[in-house]
Design a binder for this molecule. Sequence first.
Ligand code: MN
Length: 749
Amino acid sequence: MEEQKKQYDLEEHYAQLEKTITAANLPVELGRVRAAFELADRSHAGQKRKDGTPYVSHCIAAAIITAEMGLDEDAIIAALLHDCIEDTSLTHEDIARNFGTAVADIVEGVTKLTRVQYTSVEEQQVENLRKMLLAMAKDIRVILIKMADRLHNMRTMAYQSEVKQRIKSLETMEVYAPIAHRLGMQKMKWELEDLSLQYLDPSGYKAITNYLNERMDTLETFMADIKGKLQSRLDAEGIQCTISSRIKHVYSIYRKMYAQKLDINGIFDLCAFRVIVDDISDCYAVLGIVHDMFKPMPGRIKDYISTPKPNNYRSVHTTVIGSEGIPFEVQIRTWEMHVTAEYGVAAHWKYKSGTNGVKPGDEEKFAWVRRLLETQQESDASDFLSNLKIDMFADEVFVFSPKGDVINLPAGATPIDFAYSIHSAIGNSMVGAKVNGRIVNFDHVLQNGDIVDIRTSKNAPGPSRDWLALAKSGSARTKIKQWLKKERREENVMNGREMFERELRANNIAPSDIMADDILPLILKRLAFQHIDDLYAAIGYGGVTATRTVNRIKDELQRHQSDGQKTAYDKITEQAERRNKRQRHAVHGVLVEGLDNCLIKFSRCCTPVPGDDIIGFITRGAGVSIHRKDCENYRNSPAENKGRWIAVGWADRITDEYTTTLVLVSTQRSALVMDVATVLNSLNAKVRTLTARDVENNRSTATITVEVHSLSELRLIINRLSAIHGVYRVARVGSAEAKADYDKNQLAQ
Ligand code: MN
C-alpha cells in the first residue's frame, strides 16, 4: 500500500481524464478542463484522501465518470470542482468568475445535496429522501455528478472506518442505486449495488463471488459455447448483430436467493447474453430464432419493447434452457435501446456529443425524459439537453424533522403544515418555529432540504383563524377547523356574528331587523340551525360563509310576503334607509340625547367600548365625555354635578375601534410579558401599549391598552388573559378592583 501511495501520479491521472474525453469524442475545450483541474488542485492543496492520495484525485475520478457518461463540458468542469464550495475557501462567485455561472450553479447544487443528511431507513422516508434529492438537484447534471461522486467514494470505501462503510453503503443501496434505476442508468445501478453489498453483507457477498470464481472456468466455457452457437445461427440467418455474455451481477443473484429462499446451487441462470441489433424487427426475429434453438421457460418472456419500463428501459427478455439443462437469459435490443439502458438520462448527452449534434426528431425520442424532467422552452434545439431541468416534484416540497425524518408537503407549505403533518397536537400547541436553526414567522415558505423545528407550549393559545390562510395542505386546514370548531365556540360566535352582521349591512339589512320574532325562526329553519349562536359559530369557524348565508336569507325574506304588497326584505331595506339618516348624527358611534354633532370624547378613567352601558358628562367647553355607568367617577359623582349627566347610547352601526385599558395582576414571572403578548397576538388584538412592573409581595402587574370593536371582543381578551398561568385577575380600569392595581403600576413607573 505504501508503495502505491508514492506511485500515485497526478499528471498521469489527469491525462486519463483527457483520454476519456477524447475517446468519447466529446466536444470539449480541454484548456478549460485543465484550468478547472489546476484550480481544484490549488484549492484542495494539502488535503488528502483516506487512501493517502491528494484530494484532487477524487475530483479527477468523478470527472472521468461524468466523461464516461458523456456529459458536457460544463458538467465535467463542475465535477472537477464539485467539492470546492464545501471543502475549500472557494465560493460560488470565485467559480462563476473563472468558469461562468452555469458551472458555479451546478457545483452549488452538488454541495446542497452533499449537505443532506441520511438517517432514516423507513421505506416511506427513503422514498421521500430520493424525491427530495431529485427535487433539489433541479438541473439533471447536478444529480449525475452526485452519482459519479458517490460511485468513486464507494469504489474507494475500503479505506474508511467500518461504521462509515456501513452507513454509506446503506445510503447507496437505499437512495442512490434506486435513483440510478429511476434515471435508467443500469450500469451505475449495478456497480453501486455490488459495492454496497460488499459492506452490508460481507459474508453473503463473499459466498457468491467464491462460488462464481470456483466455477469460472465452467461458466466461461459454457458462455463461449452458447455464444458461438448463437452467432453462427444468426449469421446464417443474415442478421447483423453483436453478442455479448456476462455473469449476472452479484446483488441480483443475492436478491434472487433471498426472494426465492434458495441456496446458491439452486440459482441456475447465472449467465446472461445480450444480442444487439440494428432495428426493432430484428429484435423479434432474433427472439424467434433463440426459441427455435433452445426451449423457452414458460412465463419468462418479457417484452419491454412494446411496453417499456417506467424508466424507459426497452428490450425483449427470455429465459431458455441450454443443452446441459442449464437455464440462461437472453436480452435482445437495438443499439439505441442499449445506450439508453446503460446510461439512462445521461445517454442524451451521448447523442448530443455525436458528430452531427442533435438530430431532428431527437426531441420526440426523448419525450420520456421530458415527462421525467421539465425542459426550458428554448427555441434553440441544441440548448434542449443542457437545459434539462428536473420538475418531477414541482408541486411538492421535502423537509426534515430535527430527528431526520423526511416530511413531504405541498409546495408553498409553511411551518403550520409541517406541525400538523407530525401530529395535530403539535400543530395545536405550536408557539414558534425554527428553520435551519433560525426563528421564522408562521408564514415562512419551506424549501427542499430545510430542517424544521416546531416549538410547542402547554400554554399555547392554539391555532388562530389566520392559520387557515397560511396552511397549504388540506389536512392541516381540516385539523385547524376542527380545533376552532371545538375549542373556540365563544370566539367563533363572536367572530361569526361580526362577519355575519358586516355582510348583512353590506346588503343593507340591519342585524336587529332579522332578529324579529316573526323572521328569525324562519331563517334559522331555512339554514338548518337550532339557535342563532349556532349559525354564528358555523360562520366563525369557517363551516359556512357569511356571504352564502346572507344570500340565502335575502332569498328567504323576499319569498315571504308580509305587510301587504311589500316583502319582508323591502320593509327591512326601508327601515335601514330611515336609520341611515339618523345614523349621520352619531359621533364616534355615540348618540347623545337631544344633541346632534356635539363634541364627544371618551373618558380615560373607564375607557368604554360599544356594548358597555354608558352615560355622558357635559364638560366645560369640551363637549360630552363618555363614561361607563359602573365608573367610579359617575357613581361617586358629587351632588352639584347631577344635572350635567346626560343620557347617551351607542349607534347601531359602529365600525370604529375603541381604545380601552386593562390591568392584570399575576405572580412574579419573567415570561409574563411574553405570554401576554402571545395571547394578544393569537387574538389579533391591536395593542397600543403594554407595560409590566414587579410590585411588592412577589407580584407583577401589567397595564395593557388595546383597541377593540365591541364589549364581546374585549371580554374574550379578558377571559384569555385570565387563563394565563399565574394570573390572579384581569380588570378594566375604572372599576374599584382595578384602581388599586392601576395606581401601583403608575407609581412604579
Ligand atoms: Mn466528492
